[in-house]
Design a protein around this ligand. Structure first.
Ligand SMILES: Cc1cc2nc3c(=O)[nH]c(=O)nc-3n(C[C@H](O)[C@H](O)[C@H](O)COP(=O)(O)O)c2cc1C
Length: 210
C-alpha cells in the first residue's frame, strides 16, 4: 500500500519532470532565435568598426582562428575576419583581449588594414568599474574612437601609450589602468597583422565558433 506522503512525493516528482521537459523544449525552440540574434549583433559590431557598412554574412564566413597569447591576450583561439575588395584583403577584423584590465579581461574587436592602419575598434565585454573604467564603451564616451586612422608600426610602440606614460591617448580621470590595457591590446592587434602576412592566405576555419 502506498502511504499518502509517498503519493504526494510521486506527484511532486511528476510535476517537476513535466516542468523540466517544458523548459528543455522552450530552450530548444529558442536556440535558432538566439543564434540569429547573436549573428545580428556580431554583424552590427563589425559594421561599427569598419567604414561604410561593409560587413555582410560573407565577411563572417571569411574567418580564421588564431592563437597568439602574446599579441591576442588569450591562450585560446581568437577569430579574425577578412574583408575583401575584388578578392584582395582590405581589412582584418581582429577579436582580441586586453588581459590586464583593472578587473581582468577586456574583449575587443579591432579593424586594421594590411598596412597596420586602425580603421575602428569596439569593446565587446568587460568588467571595469562603472563611472571609472567603463568609458571604454562607445555608449559611455567617444574615447574608443581615438584609435581611428592611427598607424601601428614596430617602431612606434612608445606613441601607443596613454599621455601619462608619454603616449598620445587620453587616460580617464582616476582611471589609467583600463585605458592603458586597451591601448596596448589595439596596438598588439595591429602588430599581429603586420607580423603575419600569411593570415591573408590561410583557409577559413571558424566554422562552429561563429
Ligand atoms: C573601487 C575602485 C575601482 C577602480 N576601478 C578602476 C577601473 O575600472 N579602471 C581603472 O583604470 N582604475 C580603476 N581604479 C583606480 C586604480 O586603482 C588606479 O588608481 C588608477 O587606475 C590610476 O592608475 P595609475 O596609478 O597607474 O595611474 C579603481 C579604484 C578603486 C578604489
Amino acid at each position: 500500500m502506498i502511504l499518502p506522503i509517498s503519493k504526494n512525493a510521486l506527484l511532486l516528482a511528476l510535476v517537476a519532470l513535466i516542468c523540466v521537459a517544458i523548459l528543455g523544449l522552450v530552450n530548444q525552440l529558442a536556440q535558432p532565435k538566439i543564434a540569429e540574434q547573436q549573428l545580428k549583433n556580431k554583424l552590427a559590431t563589425l559594421n561599427d568598426v569598419l567604414p561604410q557598412n561593409t560587413a555582410s554574412e560573407s565577411l563572417l564566413a571569411d574567418c580564421i582562428l588564431v592563437t597568439n597569447e602574446d599579441l591576442l591576450g588569450r591562450p585560446t583561439p581568437q577569430a579574425i575576419y577578412r574583408l575583401r575588395d575584388d578578392g584582395q584583403i582590405s581589412a582584418f577584423v581582429v577579436e582580441t583581449t586586453a588581459p590586464d584590465g583593472y578587473s581582468g579581461n577586456i574583449d575587443l574587436m579591432v579593424a586594421v588594414t594590411p598596412e597596420g592602419s586602425i580603421l575602428g575598434s569596439r569593446v565587446l565585454n568587460h568588467q571595469e568599474t562603472p563611472g571609472l573604467g567603463d568609458k571604454i564603451e562607445r555608449r559611455r564616451s567617444a574615447w574608443i574612437e581615438s584609435f581611428q586612422d592611427k598607424q601601428v608600426s614596430p617602431d612606434n610602440k612608445s606613441a601607443w601609450a596613454v599621455k601619462k606614460d608619454g603616449g598620445q591617448f587620453d587616460q580617464f580621470t582616476g582611471a589609467t589602468i583600463t585605458p592603458r590595457a586597451v591601448v596596448n591590446a589595439v596596438y598588439n592587434a595591429g602588430l599581429l597583422v603586420l607580423q603575419q602576412p600569411e593570415l591573408a592566405s590561410r583557409p577559413a576555419n571558424c566554422g562552429a565558433m561563429q
